[in-house]
Write a protein that binds this ligand. Structure first.
Ligand SMILES: NC(=O)c1ccc[n+]([C@@H]2O[C@H](COP(=O)([O-])OP(=O)(O)OC[C@H]3O[C@@H](n4cnc5c(N)ncnc54)[C@H](OP(=O)(O)O)[C@@H]3O)[C@@H](O)[C@H]2O)c1
Length: 315
C-alpha cells in the first residue's frame, strides 16, 4: 500500500486511492485509522450476523472457462472474503453463474466461508426439487444458506418444498425475490401471510419505492432484506458521469467513489440487512466492500445525499 507522500486533503487522498484500487483492504483504511472489515447486521429470525455488503452474480458470473476471465471472478470472491464479506447471490436463471461460483470457491478453498444464496425458478414440485439439487451440485455444497423463490414463480408449490427442506436441514433460511416496482405490493402481501426469513427486492437512491411500505413491513415481521439492483444495473454510474462525489460525503462518510455513495445511501436504512451489487471487476469489488466499512449516513445525511443526487442527476 502506498500512502500519500505529502500531506493532502483526506478527501483527495481517498479519491486518488480508490481510483488506483489501493484503498481497499490491506493498508489503506488502516492507515486512515478506519476499520478494514465490512460491518454486520443481525438476521432478525436468528440473530446471526450477516456482512452488509455481498455479491450479485447475474450476468457478471455467467462466463466460460477462459483463464483470465475466471481469475478475475476468483479475485472478486477473494476480495469479498478478505473484507469479511460472505453473501453470494445466484440463480439457475443466471446461466453458468452457479457453476462458476462453485468452482472458484473450491479453488479458493472458501466454500465454507460463503453464505450461499440461490433460487428456485421453475414450475412444479418435482422440477423445483431437481433444480435445487442441481444448484447444490454446481455450488459444491450439501446445504444452501438461503433458498429463494425467484420472481415468485410457482410460489406456493416452491415455498412448500422450501419449508420441507428447511425442516430437513438442507437449507438454513427461505425467502422470496423480485426486482420490479410493480412486484412490491405482492411481496408485501406475501410477507404478511407467510413466515419468511428473507425477502429480496430492488432499492436504490433512484428507486426508493420500498421505503414506503416494504421496508417497514419487513421490520414488523422480522424479515431480513437483501437489496438487489443497488446501481439500477449500472445506470446510476452513467447518470453520475462527469460529476464529482460531493466532498462532504467523502469527508464525513468516507465515500471514495460514486459506488460507495450509492451503497452507503442504501445501508443508511436500518431495515436493510445486506446489499448485493453485481460485479465482474476486482477494482469494483474493492470499491463495493469499502462501502460497508466506516461511517454510515444518519437520517440528516441521507436527506442531504438524496438532495445532492437529485441536483446532479437532473443536471
Ligand atoms: N429477481 C431477482 O431475484 C433479482 C433481480 C435482479 C438482480 N438480482 C440480484 O441482484 C444482483 C445485483 O443486481 P444487478 O447485478 O442486476 O445490478 P447492479 O448491482 O445494480 O449493477 C451491476 C452493474 O454495476 C457495475 N458495477 C458494480 N460495482 C461497480 C462499481 N463499484 N463501480 C462501477 N460500476 C460497478 C457492474 O459492472 P462491472 O462488472 O463492470 O463491475 C454491473 O454492470 C444481481 O447480480 C443478482 O444477484 C436478483
Amino acid at each position: 500500500m502506498v500512502g500519500p507522500s505529502k500531506p493532502i486533503a483526506r478527501a483527495e487522498f481517498l479519491k486518488a486511492a480508490a481510483a488506483s484500487g489501493a484503498l481497499a483492504l490491506i493498508g489503506g483504511r488502516a492507515a486512515l485509522g478506519a476499520v478494514t472489515r465490512v460491518q454486520t447486521r443481525a438476521i432478525p429470525k436468528t440473530g446471526e450476523a450477516l456482512p452488509v455488503v455481498g455479491l450479485g452474480t447475474s450476468r457478471v458470473f455467467n462466463v466460460g472457462a477462459d483463464g483470465a476471465v475466471r481469475a478475475a471472478r476468483r479475485e472478486v470472491l477473494a476480495i469479498l472474503f478478505e473484507a469479511g464479506g460472505s453473501v453470494i447471490d445466484s440463480s439457475p436463471m443466471y446461466g453458468r453463474s452457479e457453476g462458476v461460483v462453485g468452482n472458484e470457491l473450491a479453488a479458493l478453498g472458501k466454500r465454507d466461508s460463503a453464505f450461499l444464496a440461490t433460487k428456485v425458478w421453475t414450475r412444479g414440485k418435482r422440477e423445483g426439487i431437481a433444480q435445487m439439487e442441481d444448484s447444490m451440485r454446481l455450488l459444491g455444497t450439501e446445504r444452501i444458506d438461503l433458498m429463494q423463490v425467484h420472481n415468485l414463480v410457482d410460489l406456493d408449490t416452491q415455498l412448500a418444498t422450501l419449508r420441507e427442506w428447511k425442516a430437513a436441514g438442507r437449507i438454513r433460511y427461505l425467502g422470496i425475490t423480485h426486482w420490479t416496482r410493480g412486484s412490491l405490493d405482492d411481496l408485501a402481501a406475501i410477507i404478511a401471510r407467510e413466515n419468511l426469513d428473507f425477502v429480496q427486492f430492488a432499492y436504490s437512491i433512484a428507486t426508493r419505492d420500498a421505503e414506503r411500505r416494504l421496508l417497514p413491513l419487513c421490520a414488523e415481521h422480522g424479515v431480513a432484506t437483501l437489496i438487489n439492483r443497488p446501481y439500477v444495473n449500472g445506470e446510476l454510474f452513467r447518470r453520475a458521469r462527469g460529476h464529482a462525489v460531493p466532498s462532504w460525503a467523502t469527508d464525513e462518510l468516507g465515500c471514495a467513489s460514486w459506488g460507495q455513495y450509492f451503497l452507503k445511501f442504501i445501508l443508511g436504512h436500518p431495515q436493510v440487512t445486506c446489499v448485493i451489487p453485481g460485479t465482474s471487476k476486482p477494482r469494483h469489488a474493492r470499491d463495493n466492500v469499502g462501502a460497508g466499512m466506516g461511517a454510515l449516513p444518519s437520517a440528516a445525511q441521507l436527506r442531504r445525499m438524496l438532495a445532492d443526487w437529485r441536483t446532479i442527476a437532473s443536471s
